[in-house]
Write a new protein. Structure first.
Ligand code: SF4
Ligand code: SF4
Lengths: 669, 275
């Protein structure tokens, strides 16, 4: 009886799955066009899965092994089952590997079950709670029906009651595994995920056999040529089709939620829910069926959307509220953790672009900052002619005068900030101590456009970028060095698309290099314990985790690492214009970060970003002093080659003397 | 209250726009006061909005006008997405052209203007001259138009120290917005560049007076320093919060214009403004 029932079951399930797949693909195709290399993409799936995806999954060893056993067992078992029970091919031989595969899968599903017993808050419940049972039903059912095939049990064992029972179990398993894959069950992630890997909008983020960085973090430029086209993403169908496909691949593992600083601070953002909301919007409906953690303090079930409807309503509610989008610091912690390689930040900025460029609705200080950037080329609205006032006594060589230099020192908007001026002075001192041939743009420099772009104002970003590129084109230099990771990222990764290609160094990288080349000598550190805070735009955005630590090591400092450091570093709360839009939460992100610092017992926290400095120094009542890498280095450079007048820059008075005119001549000559 | 039918007749509001100038960099922008005027118009329910600018149509003008057009997001169809640009040479007196455009083609019942332009003459005289030649009343210091019913507008006028006065004025009327009126909304790039600039021609009237002027950058006006003699924190706070009212001054009522002018002239002499 099973002999006739099984092929029918299998092929009906496959046919239904195919219909589901077709419907799912139609949902994705509602998105905007985005050309992909079709066959090359499909061919790349195995590598992207086995190397890149597993690189992320393997950060959780148990889960990684569980997934290998369950998924590997399933794929093998499914193929063999179709051959053996569906087509009755080589039953005697293939039956044995089929038994093994289903056994491995059963083993895996036991671990899935174990994790589901007391699931961490980041995991979704609802249909996901039945998944381990379904996995077991499938693997156990397939195992049992295969036993007679290989002759372990007689063909006619048991009664028709038993056969029917077995068939039901197998049908359940098939339903979850085959139908659920394309009709929207938990297994959807496998179908959508595989295609998402194939047609990812950032193929360059995957590693390749020939090495390569495998990092792609620069935002994609918005085409502003067509002056009638609406800009940014207003409705789910304004995303590209492969972005929609990416959203659909989410397994609701909640890893993004667990690392999101805005979620932890109680701001109304949860990257996992955001992605699920996009899925709701793409398919149409309400978020009532969402079974994970909501946006903090925002009950589930009140929002709804459809593919052609607005994501953010002008009044009332739609798919999500604008504050959700404006809470994001663009720290990329979610993207870094996501095993499905989903690009949350791209999606968030796409939606912000609509709000800013089309609706004129950037919250709080956003509009003012953008107006300032347009009118004065800096976010504070300062006189652009006063950019160099901080260095009136330093006599910095201007590119306008010297026209070429080995290093172009990009100063950033920190020139207007008294705290950052201290860092800049320290950096100048270090460069002079190493005898570096450098020059600055002075008043010709403008804001890099970073903040405008993250606030969704692509027009202002491109305007600033184009003018900066035109200015830079006048001068000859080998590299750009900057102490601002945001400028660093934008100059390095985002100007290229607009025609500006440069070799850009973060000052920590450059200082490390100078030290290694023997051009800098440090007196050994005698201060207290130091921890290091990785800026998002240096670490996750650009993969530079080592250089700052190397500089500290060269100074004789042993870094007391925080629990969350390196690629898991927690954001300071200042990125992505979040300090400007300032969406309220239950606590502040920089306070949480300073708590991380406190846990290390460090007396100082080394930073490498003006924004981090400002955010962390803004925390009241903290035992740790915030000091830039450049300040550490400047304090320790031995004075062999600078004058004694070049006094110590210790601790926060902005009074470190610059080289006097006579020493400068020595250094420069 | 967008649901209440407060206007009985289809009200047309004209907003006069000038080319603004950023105080720090001098770049062209939407002028702050005129943008407040437009904000006022946008906040009025059921109004047809006509945006008008008279002057030379150059780059600065375009940048500035697009700044205003960017405020029209969500107001498609109100008219806020199009500027009527009365093209005039830079040496022209724009009042006659503006006057003709308003009375002949746009026919508004309410005209909103700023108190003073950010560049050019910036004398603040234009609304007065317009009022004179149109023969319409002029009301200054307006922060809100609360409603228009049966040809009568209810206006809220700002007085010193945050006081407000409600006025009823029969239409048509010209109002000048006060600097304390609602701040203008953000200007969005998309609607700004999709908005239209409709150029209209009007005969230019040469402004003969201008020929004799020499234009030079303004000097910073000296500010009267407040002399604080307070000894306690409370007094210091009061001194800081109070407007300097100079003590002196006189209220002249029912005097002839000549007497009034003489009094003003005398004061300016005393204050060393006129030498
Ligand atoms: S978006 Fe990625 S990290 Fe977040 S729940 Fe989905 S799969 Fe997991
Ligand atoms: S980028 Fe950072 S703040 Fe934004 S959603 Fe991801 S984790 Fe949260």
């Amino acid at each position: 009886m099973l002999d006739t029932l099984l092929p029918i079951l299998i092929f009906v399930a496959l046919a239904l799955a195919a219909i589901g797949a077709w419907r799912r693909i139609r949902l994705w195709r509602q998105g905007c066009p985005s050309p992909v290399p079709f066959f090359r993409g499909l061919a790349a799936v195995p590598r992207r899965y086995l190397v890149d995806l597993h690189h992320v999954v393997a950060r959780d060893k148990v889960m990684s092994n569980t997934h290998v056993a369950t998924a590997g067992g399933f794929v093998l078992a499914a193929v063999l089952m179709i051959l053996v029970h569906g087509l009755n091919l080589a039953e005697g031989i293939l039956g044995w590997p089929l038994l093994a595969a289903s056994a491995v899968m059963f083993g895996g599903s036991l671990f899935v079950m174990r994790r589901r017993r007391r699931p961490p808050a980041r995991l979704s419940r609802g249909p996901w709670m039945r998944l381990p049972w379904s996995l077991m039903a499938f693997s156990l059912g397939v195992f049992l029906i295969t036993l007679p095939t290989v002759g372990v049990l007689p063909e006619d064992i048991g009664s028709w009651v038993l056969a029917l029972l077995l068939a039901t179990v197998v049908a359940w398993g098939l339903g979850e595994m085959f139908l659920g894959m394309t009709w929207g069950g938990p297994m959807k992630h496998a179908f959508a995920g595989a295609l998402h890997l194939a047609f990812h909008r950032r193929p360059e983020r995957f590693s390749s056999r020939h090495g390569g960085e495998g990092r792609s973090t620069g935002l994609k430029a918005l085409n502003l040529d067509d002056d009638q086209a609406p800009l940014g993403v207003e409705t789910p169908s304004d995303f590209t089709w492969n972005q929609l496909l990416g959203f659909d691949a989410c397994v609701q593992c909640g890893r993004c939620e667990a690392v999101c600083p805005a979620f932890a601070a109680g701001q109304p953002l949860n990257p996992k829910k955001l992605i699920q909301d996009m899925v709701v919007g793409m398919a149409g409906g309400s978020d009532a069926h969402y079974a994970g953690s909501p946006y903090p303090d925002k009950p589930v079930g009140e929002h709804h959307g459809d593919p052609q409807g607005p994501i953010v309503a002008r009044e009332g509610r739609a798919l999500l509220n604008a504050e959700t989008l404006w809470s994001c610091t663009t720290c990329r912690a979610c993207v870094e953790e996501c095993p499905m390689m989903i690009e949350h930040v791209d999606a968030i900025v796409d939606m912000r672009r609509f709000l800013t460029l089309e609706r004129g609705d950037t919250p709080n200080k956003g509009a003012e900052v953008l107006d300032n950037l347009i009118a004065t080329d800096n976010p504070g609205g300062f006189d652009p002619g006063s950019r160099m006032h901080w260095a009136a006594d330093l006599d910095l060589p201007l590119m306008r005068d010297v026209e070429q230099a080995e290093v172009l020192l990009w100063l950033g908007d920190g020139v207007f900030d008294m705290r950052n001026q201290r860092t800049l002075r320290a950096l100048v001192k270090v460069l002079r101590a190493a005898g570096v041939d450098f020059a600055v743009l002075g008043d010709e420099e403008r804001d890099s456009g970073d903040v405008a772009r993250r606030l969704g104002d692509e027009a202002t970003f491109q305007s600033l970028a184009r003018r900066n590129i035109a200015t830079l084109a006048h001068y000859r230099f080998q590299r750009i060095v900057t102490c601002d990771p945001h400028s660093f990222h934008v100059l390095r990764n985002e100007y290229g698309e607009l025609g500006g290609h440069y070799e850009v160094f973060h000052h920590s990288t450059y200082i490390a290099e100078l030290h290694e080349a023997g051009r800098l000598h440090f007196t050994p550190w005698k201060g207290g314990t130091v921890t290091y805070h990785d800026p998002c735009y240096l670490g996750r955005y650009n993969g530079e985790y080592e250089a700052p630590r190397n500089v500290l090591k060269a100074l004789g400092i042993e870094v007391a690492e925080m629990g969350r450091s390196g690629y898991r570093s927690r954001c300071c709360g200042g990125g992505g214009g979040a300090a400007i839009t300032d969406i309220p939460g239950k606590q502040r992100i920089p306070d949480m970060r300073m708590k991380d610092v406190r846990e290390t017992g460090a007396e100082l926290v080394a930073v490498g970003c003006p924004q981090c400095t400002a955010m962390l120094e803004g925390v009241v009542d903290t035992p740790a002093e915030v000091r830039d890498i450049a300040e550490f280095a400047a304090d320790a450079v031995t004075h062999e080659d600078t004058s004694a007048a070049d006094g110590p820059s210790r601790g926060g008075h902005g009074d470190d003397a610059s080289p006097t005119a006579s020493t400068r001549k020595e250094v420069m000559s | 209250m967008p649901h209440e039918p407060i206007t009985t007749l289809p009200l047309t509001v004209a907003v006069l726009l000038s080319v603004g100038r950023h105080p720090v960099t001098g770049r062209a922008r939407r002028a702050d006061q005129d943008a407040r005027g437009l904000e006022l118009a946008l906040s009025m329910a059921a109004a047809r909005i006509e945006l008008v600018h008279a002057g030379p149509f150059d780059d600065a003008c375009e940048v500035s006008m697009r700044g205003y057009l960017g405020m029209s997001a969500g107001h498609a169809g109100s008219g806020a997405d199009s500027v009527t640009l009365v093209d005039q040479p830079s040496q022209a007196d724009v009042v006659p052209a503006l006057c003709r455009t308003l009375s002949e083609s746009l026919a508004p019942q309410l005209v909103i203007a700023g108190e003073r332009a950010e560049q050019g003459e910036g004398s603040g005289m234009l609304p007065y001259q317009l009022s004179e030649s149109l023969g319409w009343p002029l009301v200054g210091g307006i922060v809100a138009v609360e409603g228009v019913e049966e040809g009568v507008a209810t206006l809220l006028q700002a007085l010193p120290r945050g006081q407000r006065r409600r006025l009823s004025v029969r239409l048509p009327v010209i109002v000048m917005v006060n600097a304390t009126a609602m701040a203008p909304r953000q200007s969005a790039f998309g609607p700004a560049r999709r908005g239209t600039l409709a150029v209209v021609e009007q005969p230019a009237v040469h402004d003969a007076a201008q020929d004799e002027w020499r234009v030079q950058p303004a000097r910073k006006r000296p500010k009267r320093l407040k002399i604080v003699k307070a000894t306690s924190a409370r007094e210091r706070f009061k001194a800081a919060a109070a407007k300097s009212d100079g003590g002196g001054g006189q209220i002249m009522k029912d005097v002839s214009p000549d007497e009034a002018a003489a009094a003003i002239h005398k004061l300016l002499k005393e204050e060393d403004v006129l030498r």
